[in-house]
Design a protein around this ligand. Structure first.
Ligand code: SF4
Ligand code: SF4
Length: 322
């Protein structure tokens, strides 16, 4: 463990003071560029387990069979990282300062404008873990970014970073929902944050605005109807009946977040890795429909759009055109 002041301004308080340690971790998260950091006790989540079971039983996970695997791991962090005592949740704002310029162009979800968030958030989280273990407390830990079976939104809500809105997104006061969530499990106890109250009230803007009627009840998403699922997760052809609902969405969908009042007046991100590649936002409708594989590889080489490959993007474009 690095001593305080030895090239690091963090207090070296070992395991003695969970409050000071938690404060130091949050300060370091801020320094690394995270827009929020909250901490909760690592324990099983029985209520979330019931909600997950009911969601799966309704078949709302559509073709995402992996959601059915190891559901116990999703609700108990100790099964993902033995000895986990604390769950550190972080937020990273990705609200872009500029949008696509051609109103007729196929619409890309905002989260896919820049470098793949799995890479960006994971790198930052691993740096946070290193900073903690070298300058704050001798911990072991493991970072997760939307890849392992972990209920990241539920953990972030427990850590007081926001509440789960009726659109199923974590909504953070002052930061909205255009935020990536990262999670770090570590093996020491800390001071834990308290959840905050739900502030959706009687608003139903997201439910009313969804063109696919995919929010079947407040906080319940039928992925089998959701444009994000059909344009990203689904690998098969897009059914005739669904094509009409796609509108102009080529990869993902932000509609239920765009209409949310908590996303108004939120400052854009300051993360250089989320800057779009040159020319992406200026692509016209014609540019999109004439995109070849070489251009696709160049423009999206670091993007989450790579997940669906050139063929997947072409499939989505064809649906839009149809
Ligand atoms: S992402 Fe789009 S399709 Fe999915 S629930 Fe939100 S508005 Fe509906
Ligand atoms: S649009 Fe309204 S109901 Fe939906 S998440 Fe936002 S505040 Fe909640």
């Amino acid at each position: 463990m690095q001593a305080a002041g030895a090239g690091n301004s963090l207090p070296s308080n070992g395991l003695k003071d969970p409050v000071l340690t938690a404060d130091a971790i949050k300060e370091e998260a801020r320094r690394l560029g995270f827009d929020g950091c909250g901490i909760s006790r690592a324990e099983a989540l029985p209520e979330d387990a019931l909600r997950l079971r009911s969601w799966l039983d309704h078949g709302y996970h559509a073709g995402m069979a992996y959601m059915e695997r190891q559901p116990e791991k999703r609700i108990d962090p100790n099964l993902l990282f033995e000895g986990a005592r604390s769950v550190i949740s972080v937020l990273l704002n990705y609200r872009p300062p500029k949008m696509q310029t051609d109103p007729e162009a196929p619409v890309l979800a905002k989260y896919a404008y820049g470098k793949d968030y799995h890479v960006v958030v994971r790198e930052k989280l691993n740096r946070l873990l290193k900073k903690i273990s070298s300058g704050i407390a001798p911990v072991r830990g493991r970072a997760f970014v939307d890849t392992a079976p972990l209920l990241e939104k539920a953990w972030a809500a427990r850590a007081g970073l926001g509440w789960i809105g009726k659109n199923t997104c974590l909504i953070s006061p002052g930061k909205g929902s255009f935020c990536f969530i990262g999670t770090l499990l570590i093996d020491i106890p800390l001071q834990y944050d308290r959840p905050i109250a739900d502030r959706c009230g009687d608003c139903t803007l997201c439910i009313d605005a969804c063109p696919a009627k995919a929010i079947v009840a407040p906080r319940t998403l039928d992925a089998g109807r959701c444009i994000s699922y059909w344009t990203i997760e689904n690998k098969a052809a897009i059914g005739e009946a669904f094509r009409n609902r796609l509108g102009n969405r080529v990869f993902g969908c932000d509609i239920c977040q765009d209409v949310c009042p908590w996303n108004r007046s939120v400052a854009p991100h300051h993360e250089k890795d989320f800057a779009p590649p040159p020319g992406l936002l200026e692509m016209t409708r014609a540019d999109w429909f004439s995109l070849n594989e070489e251009q696709y590889g160049r423009i999206f080489q670091n993007s989450a759009v790579k997940r669906i490959g050139f063929e997947g993007l072409k499939r989505n474009l064809e649906c839009i055109a149809g």
